[in-house]
Design a protein around this ligand. Structure first.
Ligand SMILES: Nc1ncnc2c1ncn2[C@@H]1O[C@H](COP(=O)(O)OP(=O)(O)O)[C@@H](O)[C@H]1O
Ligand SMILES: [Mg+2]
Length: 506
Protein backbone atom coordinates (compact mmCIF):
# COMPACT_ATOMS: atom_id res chain seq x y z
CA UNK A 1 0.00 0.00 0.00
CA UNK A 2 2.97 2.27 -0.47
CA UNK A 3 1.23 4.90 -2.52
CA UNK A 4 1.50 8.68 -2.52
CA UNK A 5 -1.48 9.15 -0.22
CA UNK A 6 0.36 7.31 2.49
CA UNK A 7 3.44 9.45 2.08
CA UNK A 8 1.42 12.62 2.50
CA UNK A 9 -0.21 11.44 5.72
CA UNK A 10 3.25 10.61 6.98
CA UNK A 11 4.48 14.09 6.25
CA UNK A 12 1.54 16.12 7.54
CA UNK A 13 0.51 15.66 11.11
CA UNK A 14 -2.41 18.07 10.82
CA UNK A 15 -4.40 19.27 7.85
CA UNK A 16 -7.21 21.80 7.96
CA UNK A 17 -9.46 22.24 5.00
CA UNK A 18 -11.90 25.11 4.60
CA UNK A 19 -12.30 25.77 8.32
CA UNK A 20 -14.61 28.68 9.12
CA UNK A 21 -16.01 30.18 12.28
CA UNK A 22 -18.23 33.11 13.14
CA UNK A 23 -19.37 34.61 16.41
CA UNK A 24 -22.72 36.35 16.56
CA UNK A 25 -22.84 36.76 12.80
CA UNK A 26 -19.30 38.09 12.53
CA UNK A 27 -17.02 35.96 10.42
CA UNK A 28 -13.82 35.47 12.42
CA UNK A 29 -12.23 32.74 10.30
CA UNK A 30 -13.06 32.03 6.71
CA UNK A 31 -12.03 29.07 4.60
CA UNK A 32 -8.78 28.36 6.39
CA UNK A 33 -6.72 25.67 4.79
CA UNK A 34 -3.32 24.64 6.06
CA UNK A 35 -1.03 21.68 6.42
CA UNK A 36 1.29 21.22 9.31
CA UNK A 37 4.50 19.28 8.81
CA UNK A 38 5.75 16.96 11.47
CA UNK A 39 8.71 18.16 13.51
CA UNK A 40 8.52 21.77 12.34
CA UNK A 41 7.80 25.09 13.99
CA UNK A 42 5.01 26.94 12.26
CA UNK A 43 4.61 30.58 13.22
CA UNK A 44 1.10 31.96 13.09
CA UNK A 45 1.44 35.67 12.47
CA UNK A 46 -1.21 38.35 12.57
CA UNK A 47 -2.43 41.50 14.23
CA UNK A 48 -4.57 41.44 17.35
CA UNK A 49 -7.97 40.13 16.36
CA UNK A 50 -6.73 38.44 13.19
CA UNK A 51 -8.13 35.10 14.33
CA UNK A 52 -5.00 33.29 15.55
CA UNK A 53 -6.43 32.17 18.88
CA UNK A 54 -9.73 31.21 17.29
CA UNK A 55 -7.90 28.93 14.89
CA UNK A 56 -5.94 27.44 17.77
CA UNK A 57 -9.09 26.98 19.81
CA UNK A 58 -10.61 25.02 16.96
CA UNK A 59 -7.54 22.83 16.57
CA UNK A 60 -7.53 22.15 20.30
CA UNK A 61 -11.24 21.40 20.66
CA UNK A 62 -12.36 24.46 22.61
CA UNK A 63 -14.48 25.74 19.71
CA UNK A 64 -16.34 23.77 17.09
CA UNK A 65 -15.82 25.03 13.56
CA UNK A 66 -18.90 26.09 11.59
CA UNK A 67 -17.56 24.30 8.55
CA UNK A 68 -14.56 22.54 7.10
CA UNK A 69 -12.63 19.47 8.08
CA UNK A 70 -9.65 18.59 10.19
CA UNK A 71 -7.34 15.61 9.70
CA UNK A 72 -4.94 14.43 12.37
CA UNK A 73 -2.41 11.94 11.05
CA UNK A 74 -4.60 11.60 7.98
CA UNK A 75 -7.72 10.74 9.96
CA UNK A 76 -10.73 12.97 10.19
CA UNK A 77 -11.34 14.29 13.72
CA UNK A 78 -14.21 16.16 15.39
CA UNK A 79 -13.33 17.20 18.89
CA UNK A 80 -16.10 16.97 21.45
CA UNK A 81 -13.92 18.70 24.04
CA UNK A 82 -10.37 19.96 24.65
CA UNK A 83 -9.82 16.86 26.80
CA UNK A 84 -10.25 14.69 23.74
CA UNK A 85 -7.77 16.74 21.70
CA UNK A 86 -5.19 16.69 24.45
CA UNK A 87 -5.42 12.91 24.72
CA UNK A 88 -4.72 12.74 21.01
CA UNK A 89 -1.61 14.81 21.50
CA UNK A 90 -2.60 18.46 21.00
CA UNK A 91 -1.61 20.65 23.95
CA UNK A 92 -2.02 24.43 24.08
CA UNK A 93 -0.31 27.02 26.24
CA UNK A 94 -2.39 30.18 26.33
CA UNK A 95 -1.22 33.63 27.22
CA UNK A 96 -3.72 33.77 30.06
CA UNK A 97 -2.56 31.71 33.01
CA UNK A 98 -4.74 28.86 34.15
CA UNK A 99 -2.80 27.76 37.23
CA UNK A 100 -4.13 27.43 40.77
CA UNK A 101 -2.10 29.66 43.12
CA UNK A 102 -2.90 27.52 46.15
CA UNK A 103 -1.53 24.31 44.64
CA UNK A 104 2.15 23.40 44.31
CA UNK A 105 4.02 23.52 41.03
CA UNK A 106 3.86 19.74 40.62
CA UNK A 107 0.18 19.56 41.59
CA UNK A 108 -0.61 22.18 38.99
CA UNK A 109 1.36 20.41 36.32
CA UNK A 110 -0.44 17.15 36.93
CA UNK A 111 -3.91 18.58 37.59
CA UNK A 112 -6.27 16.63 35.32
CA UNK A 113 -3.53 14.30 34.12
CA UNK A 114 -3.42 10.62 34.97
CA UNK A 115 0.15 10.14 33.80
CA UNK A 116 1.19 9.55 37.37
CA UNK A 117 0.10 6.08 38.32
CA UNK A 118 -2.16 5.70 41.26
CA UNK A 119 -0.84 3.56 44.07
CA UNK A 120 -3.51 2.33 46.48
CA UNK A 121 -5.91 4.97 45.19
CA UNK A 122 -3.49 7.82 45.77
CA UNK A 123 -1.40 9.82 43.34
CA UNK A 124 2.20 8.74 43.38
CA UNK A 125 3.58 12.02 44.75
CA UNK A 126 7.19 11.03 44.50
CA UNK A 127 6.85 10.22 40.83
CA UNK A 128 4.84 13.38 40.25
CA UNK A 129 7.53 15.63 41.72
CA UNK A 130 10.32 13.77 39.96
CA UNK A 131 8.64 14.03 36.58
CA UNK A 132 7.74 17.70 37.15
CA UNK A 133 11.33 18.57 37.99
CA UNK A 134 12.59 16.76 34.89
CA UNK A 135 10.30 18.69 32.59
CA UNK A 136 11.08 22.02 34.25
CA UNK A 137 14.79 21.26 33.97
CA UNK A 138 14.41 20.75 30.28
CA UNK A 139 13.03 24.30 30.16
CA UNK A 140 16.09 25.49 32.06
CA UNK A 141 14.05 26.15 35.19
CA UNK A 142 15.30 24.37 38.27
CA UNK A 143 13.02 24.95 41.23
CA UNK A 144 11.59 23.07 44.17
CA UNK A 145 8.34 21.64 42.81
CA UNK A 146 6.66 21.73 46.24
CA UNK A 147 6.54 25.54 46.11
CA UNK A 148 3.05 27.04 45.75
CA UNK A 149 2.40 28.61 42.37
CA UNK A 150 1.03 31.74 44.07
CA UNK A 151 4.57 32.50 45.21
CA UNK A 152 6.04 32.52 41.72
CA UNK A 153 6.63 35.51 39.49
CA UNK A 154 4.52 35.91 36.37
CA UNK A 155 7.35 34.66 34.15
CA UNK A 156 7.90 31.61 36.38
CA UNK A 157 4.20 30.84 36.28
CA UNK A 158 4.32 31.04 32.51
CA UNK A 159 7.15 28.48 32.49
CA UNK A 160 5.09 26.18 34.71
CA UNK A 161 2.21 26.61 32.29
CA UNK A 162 4.44 25.45 29.43
CA UNK A 163 5.77 22.57 31.52
CA UNK A 164 2.20 21.57 32.30
CA UNK A 165 1.47 21.16 28.60
CA UNK A 166 4.60 19.02 28.22
CA UNK A 167 3.37 16.59 30.89
CA UNK A 168 0.97 15.34 28.21
CA UNK A 169 3.88 14.55 25.91
CA UNK A 170 2.07 16.28 23.06
CA UNK A 171 2.69 15.62 19.39
CA UNK A 172 1.55 19.15 18.61
CA UNK A 173 2.46 21.87 21.08
CA UNK A 174 0.79 25.24 20.61
CA UNK A 175 2.39 28.28 22.19
CA UNK A 176 -0.17 31.11 21.92
CA UNK A 177 1.69 34.23 23.04
CA UNK A 178 3.24 32.09 25.73
CA UNK A 179 6.51 34.04 25.61
CA UNK A 180 5.09 37.50 26.23
CA UNK A 181 5.86 37.43 29.97
CA UNK A 182 9.29 35.83 29.56
CA UNK A 183 12.57 37.71 29.51
CA UNK A 184 15.08 37.20 26.71
CA UNK A 185 17.07 34.63 28.66
CA UNK A 186 13.99 32.58 29.50
CA UNK A 187 12.92 32.71 25.86
CA UNK A 188 16.34 31.41 24.83
CA UNK A 189 16.01 28.47 27.22
CA UNK A 190 12.49 27.78 25.98
CA UNK A 191 13.73 27.79 22.39
CA UNK A 192 16.42 25.27 23.30
CA UNK A 193 13.66 23.04 24.63
CA UNK A 194 11.58 23.63 21.50
CA UNK A 195 14.52 22.55 19.34
CA UNK A 196 14.92 19.38 21.39
CA UNK A 197 11.19 18.64 21.08
CA UNK A 198 11.44 19.12 17.32
CA UNK A 199 14.15 16.50 17.16
CA UNK A 200 11.76 14.02 18.73
CA UNK A 201 9.20 14.81 16.03
CA UNK A 202 7.00 17.23 17.97
CA UNK A 203 5.32 19.91 15.87
CA UNK A 204 5.01 23.41 17.28
CA UNK A 205 2.55 26.17 16.42
CA UNK A 206 4.10 29.40 17.61
CA UNK A 207 2.33 32.72 18.12
CA UNK A 208 4.21 35.79 19.25
CA UNK A 209 4.10 39.51 18.69
CA UNK A 210 7.87 39.71 18.70
CA UNK A 211 9.16 39.46 15.17
CA UNK A 212 12.69 38.48 16.14
CA UNK A 213 11.37 35.49 18.09
CA UNK A 214 9.52 34.34 15.01
CA UNK A 215 12.62 34.66 12.86
CA UNK A 216 14.69 32.82 15.41
CA UNK A 217 12.49 29.79 15.95
CA UNK A 218 10.07 29.35 13.05
CA UNK A 219 10.69 27.05 10.09
CA UNK A 220 7.58 28.29 8.33
CA UNK A 221 5.05 31.07 8.79
CA UNK A 222 1.42 31.56 8.05
CA UNK A 223 0.05 35.09 8.01
CA UNK A 224 -3.54 35.68 9.05
CA UNK A 225 -5.39 38.89 8.41
CA UNK A 226 -9.07 39.43 9.22
CA UNK A 227 -9.61 35.68 9.54
CA UNK A 228 -8.03 34.81 6.21
CA UNK A 229 -4.65 33.40 5.34
CA UNK A 230 -3.04 36.13 3.28
CA UNK A 231 0.46 34.70 2.89
CA UNK A 232 2.54 31.63 3.59
CA UNK A 233 6.26 31.47 4.04
CA UNK A 234 7.81 28.10 3.33
CA UNK A 235 10.96 26.68 4.83
CA UNK A 236 13.15 27.71 1.92
CA UNK A 237 11.87 31.31 2.09
CA UNK A 238 12.05 31.75 5.83
CA UNK A 239 15.76 32.64 5.74
CA UNK A 240 15.34 35.33 3.11
CA UNK A 241 12.00 36.90 3.92
CA UNK A 242 12.17 40.26 5.70
CA UNK A 243 10.43 41.52 8.79
CA UNK A 244 8.92 44.34 6.74
CA UNK A 245 7.39 41.79 4.42
CA UNK A 246 5.71 39.88 7.26
CA UNK A 247 4.47 43.07 8.87
CA UNK A 248 3.13 44.43 5.61
CA UNK A 249 1.23 41.15 5.02
CA UNK A 250 -0.16 41.41 8.55
CA UNK A 251 -1.27 45.00 8.15
CA UNK A 252 -2.22 44.88 4.49
CA UNK A 253 0.18 47.66 3.56
CA UNK A 254 3.78 48.61 4.13
CA UNK A 255 5.01 49.83 7.48
CA UNK A 256 6.06 53.19 6.06
CA UNK A 257 2.56 53.62 4.62
CA UNK A 258 1.02 53.06 8.05
CA UNK A 259 3.12 55.39 10.16
CA UNK A 260 3.61 59.02 9.23
CA UNK A 261 7.19 60.29 9.17
CA UNK A 262 8.79 61.46 12.41
CA UNK A 263 10.21 64.88 12.96
CA UNK A 264 13.44 65.79 14.63
CA UNK A 265 13.03 68.04 17.57
CA UNK A 266 13.88 71.68 17.01
CA UNK A 267 12.93 73.04 20.39
CA UNK A 268 14.54 72.77 23.76
CA UNK A 269 11.44 74.21 25.45
CA UNK A 270 9.97 72.01 28.13
CA UNK A 271 6.22 71.55 27.99
CA UNK A 272 5.91 69.04 30.79
CA UNK A 273 8.36 67.69 33.32
CA UNK A 274 7.98 65.21 36.11
CA UNK A 275 10.18 63.97 38.92
CA UNK A 276 9.62 61.15 41.36
CA UNK A 277 8.14 58.46 39.11
CA UNK A 278 10.81 55.94 40.09
CA UNK A 279 10.68 52.27 40.99
CA UNK A 280 13.46 52.59 43.54
CA UNK A 281 15.76 50.36 41.50
CA UNK A 282 17.55 52.65 39.06
CA UNK A 283 20.79 54.18 40.29
CA UNK A 284 19.85 57.55 38.94
CA UNK A 285 16.45 58.95 38.23
CA UNK A 286 15.69 59.29 34.52
CA UNK A 287 14.29 62.78 33.94
CA UNK A 288 10.84 62.75 32.38
CA UNK A 289 10.42 65.60 29.93
CA UNK A 290 8.00 66.31 27.12
CA UNK A 291 8.80 68.99 24.55
CA UNK A 292 6.14 70.73 22.51
CA UNK A 293 5.58 68.91 19.24
CA UNK A 294 6.74 65.52 20.47
CA UNK A 295 5.00 62.19 20.50
CA UNK A 296 6.32 60.36 23.53
CA UNK A 297 5.54 56.66 23.85
CA UNK A 298 5.04 55.04 27.24
CA UNK A 299 5.83 51.35 27.15
CA UNK A 300 5.56 48.53 29.64
CA UNK A 301 3.55 45.48 30.49
CA UNK A 302 0.16 46.66 31.71
CA UNK A 303 0.17 47.66 35.36
CA UNK A 304 3.79 48.76 35.51
CA UNK A 305 2.97 52.42 36.03
CA UNK A 306 2.52 53.94 32.59
CA UNK A 307 -1.29 54.09 32.72
CA UNK A 308 -0.95 55.38 36.26
CA UNK A 309 1.19 58.28 35.02
CA UNK A 310 -1.63 59.36 32.69
CA UNK A 311 -4.11 59.16 35.55
CA UNK A 312 -1.84 61.18 37.84
CA UNK A 313 -1.41 63.90 35.22
CA UNK A 314 -5.15 63.99 34.65
CA UNK A 315 -5.93 64.30 38.36
CA UNK A 316 -7.58 60.90 38.74
CA UNK A 317 -4.82 59.28 40.79
CA UNK A 318 -2.46 60.86 43.22
CA UNK A 319 1.19 60.27 43.91
CA UNK A 320 2.48 62.68 46.53
CA UNK A 321 6.18 62.23 45.75
CA UNK A 322 5.80 63.38 42.13
CA UNK A 323 6.81 66.92 41.22
CA UNK A 324 5.24 68.13 38.00
CA UNK A 325 5.69 71.32 35.99
CA UNK A 326 3.84 72.63 32.92
CA UNK A 327 5.77 75.19 30.87
CA UNK A 328 7.96 75.76 33.90
CA UNK A 329 5.18 76.38 36.41
CA UNK A 330 4.39 73.95 39.23
CA UNK A 331 1.34 71.76 38.62
CA UNK A 332 -0.40 69.76 41.31
CA UNK A 333 -3.36 68.06 39.66
CA UNK A 334 -6.42 68.17 41.91
CA UNK A 335 -9.03 66.60 39.67
CA UNK A 336 -9.85 66.21 35.96
CA UNK A 337 -11.44 69.66 35.73
CA UNK A 338 -8.22 71.18 37.05
CA UNK A 339 -6.27 69.05 34.55
CA UNK A 340 -8.44 70.20 31.64
CA UNK A 341 -8.03 73.84 32.71
CA UNK A 342 -4.28 73.26 32.89
CA UNK A 343 -4.21 72.10 29.27
CA UNK A 344 -4.67 68.34 29.30
CA UNK A 345 -6.84 66.13 27.15
CA UNK A 346 -7.27 62.45 28.02
CA UNK A 347 -8.44 59.51 25.92
CA UNK A 348 -8.66 56.47 28.20
CA UNK A 349 -8.03 52.88 27.08
CA UNK A 350 -11.56 51.69 27.64
CA UNK A 351 -13.47 53.81 25.18
CA UNK A 352 -16.73 51.93 25.68
CA UNK A 353 -17.08 52.75 29.36
CA UNK A 354 -14.84 55.79 29.77
CA UNK A 355 -13.93 57.41 26.46
CA UNK A 356 -17.43 58.07 25.18
CA UNK A 357 -20.99 58.02 26.46
CA UNK A 358 -22.20 55.23 24.19
CA UNK A 359 -25.92 55.90 24.40
CA UNK A 360 -25.66 59.62 23.81
CA UNK A 361 -25.55 61.19 20.36
CA UNK A 362 -22.23 61.88 18.70
CA UNK A 363 -22.93 65.62 18.87
CA UNK A 364 -23.44 65.53 22.63
CA UNK A 365 -20.22 63.59 23.08
CA UNK A 366 -18.25 66.01 20.95
CA UNK A 367 -19.35 69.01 22.99
CA UNK A 368 -19.24 67.30 26.38
CA UNK A 369 -15.93 68.78 27.52
CA UNK A 370 -16.52 72.44 26.71
CA UNK A 371 -20.26 72.77 27.06
CA UNK A 372 -21.33 76.32 27.82
CA UNK A 373 -24.35 76.73 30.05
CA UNK A 374 -26.00 79.14 27.69
CA UNK A 375 -29.04 78.28 25.65
CA UNK A 376 -29.04 81.15 23.19
CA UNK A 377 -29.52 80.62 19.48
CA UNK A 378 -26.04 81.93 18.77
CA UNK A 379 -24.66 79.32 21.14
CA UNK A 380 -26.47 76.53 19.29
CA UNK A 381 -25.30 77.77 15.92
CA UNK A 382 -21.75 78.03 17.15
CA UNK A 383 -21.93 74.57 18.60
CA UNK A 384 -23.22 73.18 15.34
CA UNK A 385 -20.32 74.73 13.44
CA UNK A 386 -17.91 73.40 15.97
CA UNK A 387 -19.30 69.87 15.69
CA UNK A 388 -19.13 70.04 11.93
CA UNK A 389 -15.53 71.20 12.09
CA UNK A 390 -14.48 68.37 14.40
CA UNK A 391 -16.23 65.84 12.23
CA UNK A 392 -14.52 67.16 9.13
CA UNK A 393 -11.13 67.29 10.78
CA UNK A 394 -11.32 63.72 12.02
CA UNK A 395 -13.42 62.40 9.17
CA UNK A 396 -15.95 60.89 11.53
CA UNK A 397 -18.24 58.85 9.32
CA UNK A 398 -21.78 59.09 10.51
CA UNK A 399 -25.05 58.53 8.73
CA UNK A 400 -27.46 60.99 10.26
CA UNK A 401 -27.39 63.60 12.99
CA UNK A 402 -28.06 62.59 16.59
CA UNK A 403 -27.07 58.97 16.17
CA UNK A 404 -25.90 57.33 19.41
CA UNK A 405 -22.16 56.69 19.51
CA UNK A 406 -22.92 53.01 20.06
CA UNK A 407 -23.99 52.71 16.42
CA UNK A 408 -20.54 53.69 15.13
CA UNK A 409 -17.64 51.37 14.31
CA UNK A 410 -14.82 51.10 16.88
CA UNK A 411 -12.62 53.39 14.83
CA UNK A 412 -15.25 56.11 14.57
CA UNK A 413 -16.01 55.80 18.29
CA UNK A 414 -12.34 56.38 19.00
CA UNK A 415 -12.42 59.46 16.80
CA UNK A 416 -15.31 60.79 18.91
CA UNK A 417 -13.33 60.07 22.11
CA UNK A 418 -10.47 62.07 20.61
CA UNK A 419 -12.64 64.70 18.92
CA UNK A 420 -14.26 65.95 22.08
CA UNK A 421 -10.91 67.47 23.11
CA UNK A 422 -10.25 69.36 19.93
CA UNK A 423 -11.94 72.60 20.95
CA UNK A 424 -10.55 72.71 24.46
CA UNK A 425 -7.19 74.31 23.62
CA UNK A 426 -5.26 71.46 25.11
CA UNK A 427 -1.47 71.50 25.09
CA UNK A 428 -0.87 67.95 26.18
CA UNK A 429 -2.83 64.95 24.97
CA UNK A 430 -2.82 61.78 27.04
CA UNK A 431 -3.79 58.68 25.08
CA UNK A 432 -4.08 55.19 26.50
CA UNK A 433 -4.04 52.55 23.74
CA UNK A 434 -4.74 54.99 20.89
CA UNK A 435 -5.90 52.39 18.39
CA UNK A 436 -6.82 49.18 20.19
CA UNK A 437 -9.50 47.20 18.37
CA UNK A 438 -9.53 49.50 15.36
CA UNK A 439 -9.17 48.61 11.69
CA UNK A 440 -5.93 49.41 9.91
CA UNK A 441 -7.27 52.19 7.72
CA UNK A 442 -8.63 54.10 10.72
CA UNK A 443 -5.43 53.45 12.67
CA UNK A 444 -3.54 55.16 9.92
CA UNK A 445 -5.88 58.17 10.06
CA UNK A 446 -5.41 58.44 13.81
CA UNK A 447 -1.62 58.26 13.50
CA UNK A 448 -1.69 60.98 10.87
CA UNK A 449 -3.90 63.09 13.06
CA UNK A 450 -1.66 62.69 16.11
CA UNK A 451 1.33 63.73 14.04
CA UNK A 452 -0.51 66.80 12.76
CA UNK A 453 -1.39 67.76 16.34
CA UNK A 454 2.28 67.42 17.26
CA UNK A 455 3.22 69.64 14.34
CA UNK A 456 0.98 72.31 15.85
CA UNK A 457 3.01 72.11 19.06
CA UNK A 458 0.93 69.72 21.15
CA UNK A 459 2.83 67.25 23.32
CA UNK A 460 1.41 63.74 23.11
CA UNK A 461 1.85 60.94 25.63
CA UNK A 462 0.76 57.60 24.21
CA UNK A 463 0.55 54.43 26.29
CA UNK A 464 0.46 51.27 24.22
CA UNK A 465 1.18 47.58 24.68
CA UNK A 466 1.62 47.24 20.92
CA UNK A 467 5.38 47.59 20.41
CA UNK A 468 5.05 47.96 16.66
CA UNK A 469 2.71 50.89 17.13
CA UNK A 470 4.87 52.54 19.79
CA UNK A 471 8.01 52.25 17.69
CA UNK A 472 6.09 53.50 14.66
CA UNK A 473 4.66 56.67 16.17
CA UNK A 474 6.99 57.74 18.98
CA UNK A 475 9.81 60.25 18.80
CA UNK A 476 11.04 58.89 22.12
CA UNK A 477 9.87 56.11 24.44
CA UNK A 478 9.89 55.90 28.22
CA UNK A 479 9.73 52.33 29.46
CA UNK A 480 8.01 51.57 32.75
CA UNK A 481 8.83 48.68 35.00
CA UNK A 482 7.62 47.89 38.51
CA UNK A 483 5.78 51.18 39.00
CA UNK A 484 8.41 53.58 37.72
CA UNK A 485 10.41 54.83 34.76
CA UNK A 486 13.03 52.24 33.94
CA UNK A 487 14.55 53.41 30.65
CA UNK A 488 14.35 56.05 27.95
CA UNK A 489 14.89 55.06 24.33
CA UNK A 490 15.62 57.42 21.46
CA UNK A 491 17.45 57.47 18.15
CA UNK A 492 19.03 54.15 17.23
CA UNK A 493 17.83 52.63 20.47
CA UNK A 494 14.24 52.84 19.24
CA UNK A 495 14.16 49.23 18.10
CA UNK A 496 12.22 46.13 18.98
CA UNK A 497 15.04 44.27 20.74
CA UNK A 498 15.98 47.19 23.00
CA UNK A 499 12.34 47.94 23.72
CA UNK A 500 11.45 44.35 24.59
CA UNK A 501 14.45 44.02 26.90
CA UNK A 502 13.56 47.25 28.69
CA UNK A 503 9.93 46.17 29.09
CA UNK A 504 11.19 42.99 30.78
CA UNK A 505 13.17 45.10 33.22
CA UNK A 506 16.58 44.24 31.76
N1 LIG B 1 -15.65 33.62 22.13
C1 LIG B 1 -15.76 34.66 21.30
N2 LIG B 1 -16.95 35.29 21.16
C2 LIG B 1 -17.07 36.34 20.31
N3 LIG B 1 -16.07 36.83 19.57
C3 LIG B 1 -14.87 36.26 19.68
C4 LIG B 1 -14.65 35.14 20.55
N4 LIG B 1 -13.35 34.78 20.45
C5 LIG B 1 -12.79 35.63 19.56
N5 LIG B 1 -13.71 36.51 19.09
C6 LIG B 1 -13.47 37.55 18.10
O1 LIG B 1 -12.81 36.97 17.02
C7 LIG B 1 -11.82 37.85 16.48
C8 LIG B 1 -10.49 37.14 16.43
O2 LIG B 1 -10.03 36.96 17.75
P1 LIG B 1 -8.77 36.08 18.12
O3 LIG B 1 -8.88 34.77 17.44
O4 LIG B 1 -8.67 36.07 19.59
O5 LIG B 1 -7.60 36.93 17.47
P2 LIG B 1 -6.03 36.90 17.75
O6 LIG B 1 -5.70 35.72 18.62
O7 LIG B 1 -5.42 36.82 16.39
O8 LIG B 1 -5.69 38.21 18.40
C9 LIG B 1 -11.83 39.08 17.35
O9 LIG B 1 -12.57 40.07 16.70
C10 LIG B 1 -12.51 38.62 18.60
O10 LIG B 1 -13.18 39.69 19.20
MG1 LIG C 1 -4.83 35.61 20.45
Amino acid sequence: MADTAEISTEEYILSLDGISKSFGGIQVLSDTTLQLQRGKVMALVGENGAGKSTLINIVSGLFKPDGGSMLLNGEQVHWASPAQAIKKGIAVVHQELTLFPNLTIAENMFAGNSAVHLTFGRINRELMHKRSAEILNMLGFSIDTTIYVGELSLAEQQLVEIAKALVWEPKILVLDEATSALDTNQVKLLFNAVNRLKETGVTIIFVSHRMYEIFEIADQALILKDGKIVAQVGEDQMKTVTEDYLVSCMLGRSVSAIFPGKRSLETKNVLLSLEGMTNGKAKEEIPFIVHPGEIVGLAGLRGHGQEELLRILFGISERKDCKITIEGGAYQPKNPIHAIKSGFGYVPADRKTQGVAQDLPIEVNLTSVNKKKNFSRIRFAKERDMIQEIRDTLRIRQGRWYQPVRSLSGGNQQKVALGKWLKTNFKILLMDEPTRGIDVATKHEIYEFLRSLAEQGVGILAVSTDSLELLGISDRIYVFYDGGIHAMLEGDNLNEVKLTKAIMGV
